[in-house]
Design a protein around this ligand. Sequence first.
Ligand code: NAD
Length: 281
Amino acid sequence: MRLLEAGPIARRIKNSLAKEISDFKIRPVLATIQVGDNPGCDSYIKAQKKESSALGIECQLHKLSQVITEKDLSGLIQRLNQDKHVNGIVVMFPLPVHIDHKKISSILSPQKDIEGVSLSNLGSLIVGDALILPTTTAAVMQLLEVTGIDLYGKEVVIVGHSRIVGKPLALMLLEKFATVAVCHIATSEKGNLAKHVERAQVLISAVGRAGLIKGKWIKEGAVVIDVGINRANGKIVGDVEFEEAAKRASWITPVPGGVGPLTVMMLLRNLVEAAKIQRKK
Ligand code: NAD
């Protein structure tokens, strides 16, 4: 088994971003909008700030009240869309239930949507020419590249069908001609999850449930990518039973240290790309 860690790849990308920022003489500006308090969001924002400051990227945090209206939030996004100083906008999800997340995703300027979650960017994945790739899916694709696996005709099973991870990942893997199955809550409820996971040559889990994927289900030699982030017994763990799965997998991501650190780097890579494109206009 080989450990599929983000560290070396993240460092390589960071070095190339530092070079691009210096070569193009840009000082990218990232605006992050956080509505209400969410400890999960806090750690992601902290990681954004840490990596950005090392690269000379300016971070603006717009921390808004939980009771902000949809109209006021939309107004702020429209202003940031227009602000020539701002190169990328991140809206932290989930938003409070009184705010329509689809509406918010639809007003985000596709050129500044550096998480690739706007309706326009997600929609363009269908035709295989997305302007900006969703960050977590881009991180997973980078990790798969490191394993050297040829995805053509491979049995790939994704567990989790969210708008920002499972669904875009399925589209990107189809572009590589993988045979993709997407499992979700109903697969589990009908008792079919083990059956699907057992035949996966590549397994990607993005659910958010510790120990959901039993180690004994992992096919011998499979590549296992665990996107899940869960707190269990005071520790951060993924969705997959790591110890048992590691005995069977050819490659497996640790949690923490697998997908997470690479996601932040993909965000900054998208920001630098956006800043370069906007400067040309
Ligand atoms: P989500 O809540 O939007 O979607 C969860 C998915 O899991 C849904 O498709 C749901 O049907 C499925 N699901 C729920 N219970 C299930 C079960 N028992 N069996 C099978 N499927 C089940 O979640 P999300 O936003 O996609 O995030 C998923 C996980 O990935 C979370 O732990 C989140 O913290 C993590 N995450 C990590 C990163 C990263 O960079 N590492 C980025 C995004 C999300």
